[in-house]
Design a protein around this ligand. Structure first.
Ligand SMILES: NC(=O)c1ccc[n+]([C@@H]2O[C@H](COP(=O)([O-])OP(=O)(O)OC[C@H]3O[C@@H](n4cnc5c(N)ncnc54)[C@H](O)[C@@H]3O)[C@@H](O)[C@H]2O)c1
Length: 300
C-alpha cells in the first residue's frame, strides 16, 4: 500500500488527488491550514487531516514514527491578486522549503505544483526552456520554488517533479471563490440568468485543463525517477468568448458577453498555451479531455 503525504489536500487539486489516491488503495495524510479551502471538499475522505500552517510546521517531529512513499505538495496561497507580496512569497516558499527538507530527510520523491504563471506574457506555445517572466508575487513564488527544487535535486540527489499547471477547472473549485476558474465564474453568472462578464474584448486565451487530467499528470509523475519540471496543459487554446459559446451550448442558453475594462493589466496574463511535448516524453502524460468534453463532464 502506498503511503502519501499531500499538502494543500483540502484545496481544489489536493482534495481531488487525495480522494483518487484513496480510491486506488493509498493511505493518505493531508496537511492544510484551510486558508483558501473548506473541509466540505473532504467529506468522503478516510485519512488523516492535520490543520497546520506548513511554513511553520515541524514535519520531522510530527511524523517521527511515520514513513511516506511519496509527497505531493499542493499547498500555496493561490489568489494571484493577493496584495501582500512579502507574505505571499514567505508563505509559499517557506512552505515548500519545509516539505523539501522533509523529503530529503526521508529520501522520498517530491511532486509539487508549479504554475504556468512563471511564463508571464511570454511567447506561446510556452516551452519549459523558454525565458521565464513572472508578473506577480504568486508567479514569482513558484519561480523561486522551481529554482529551489533544482538546487535540492543537485545537492541532495532527491527526485523532484515540478508540474506547471495551466488553468485548471472542475469539481471542488468553488471554495476558491474569485480565484476559481473562468469556466466556473462564467457558468455561475449564466446559470443565475445574468450576462457573463469578461474583460474587453474576450479574445484573451487560456490553456484550460480539466481536473481529471491534472490528477492523471500527478499519477504519471509517481512513475518517473527523473527530476524535471514540465507543463501540465492540453495544448489547446480557448478564448473567453469561446468559453461562453461552449457554456451556452452545454447549458442550452444563449447569453451574449458583457465586456468591461481589465483592472489588472499590470500583471495579467493575456494568453497561456502549453507546449505539451516534454510532459509527454518524460511522464507519458497527455491530457484526455478537450475543452468541450471537460465542460460537459463538469456540468453533468
Ligand atoms: N487551479 C489552478 O488553475 C492552478 C494553476 C496553476 C497552479 N496551481 C497550483 O496548484 C496547487 C493547488 O491549487 P488549487 O487550485 O487546488 O488551490 P487551492 O487554493 O484550492 O488549494 C491550495 C490549498 O493550500 C492550502 N494552503 C495554503 N497555504 C497553506 C499553508 N501555508 N499551509 C498549509 N496549507 C496551506 C489552502 O488552504 C488550500 O487548501 C497550488 O500550489 C497552486 O498554486 C493551480
Amino acid at each position: 500500500m502506498v503511503r502519501a503525504l499531500i499538502t494543500g489536500g483540502a484545496g481544489f487539486v489536493g482534495s481531488n488527488l487525495s480522494l483518487e489516491l484513496e480510491a486506488q488503495g493509498a493511505e493518505v495524510t493531508i496537511i492544510d491550514d484551510l486558508s483558501s479551502s473548506n473541509f466540505k471538499n473532504l467529506t468522503d475522505f478516510k485519512g488523516e487531516l492535520i490543520v497546520q500552517d506548513l511554513a511553520t510546521f515541524d514535519l520531522s517531529s510530527r511524523f517521527k514514527d511515520v514513513d511516506f512513499d511519496i509527497i505531493f505538495h499542493q499547498a500555496a496561497i493561490t489568489d494571484t491578486t493577493f496584495t501582500n507580496d512579502a507574505e505571499m512569497i514567505r508563505s509559499n516558499v517557506e512552505g515548500f522549503r519545509k516539505v523539501a527538507n522533509f523529503a530529503v530527510e526521508r529520501g522520498v520523491k517530491l511532486i509539487y505544483a508549479s504554475s504556468a504563471g512563471v511564463y508571464g506574457n511570454g511567447p506561446t506555445p510556452m516551452r519549459e526552456d523558454q525565458k521565464l517572466s513572472p508578473l506577480n508575487a504568486y508567479a514569482f513564488s513558484k519561480y523561486l520554488i522551481e529554482n529551489l527544487s533544482l538546487k535540492y535535486t543537485k545537492r541532495y540527489g532527491i527526485t523532484t517533479v515540478g508540474l506547471r499547471y495551466f488553468n485548471v477547472y472542475g469539481p471542488k473549485e468553488e471554495y476558491k471563490n474569485k480565484s476559481a476558474s473562468m469556466i466556473y465564474q462564467l457558468a455561475q453568472q449564466m446559470k443565475a440568468g445574468k450576462r457573463p462578464r469578461i474583460f474587453k474584448y474576450g479574445e484573451q486565451f487560456r490553456d484550460l485543463i480539466y481536473i481529471k487530467d491534472v490528477i492523471l499528470a500527478n499519477l504519471k509523475a509517481m512513475e518517473t525517477d527523473q527530476s524535471c519540471v514540465v507543463n501540465v496543459g492540453t495544448g489547446q487554446a480557448t478564448t473567453f468568448n469561446q468559453i461562453i459559446q461552449i457554456l451556452n451550448e452545454t447549458l442550452s442558453i444563449s447569453f451574449k458577453p458583457e465586456y468591461f475594462d481589465n483592472p489588472y493589466t499590470a500583471f495579467y496574463q493575456n494568453q497561456t498555451l502549453a507546449d505539451t511535448k516534454l510532459a509527454n516524453k518524460l511522464l507519458g502524460f497527455k491530457a484526455g479531455f478537450s475543452i468541450e468534453a471537460g465542460i460537459k463532464d463538469y456540468i453533468s
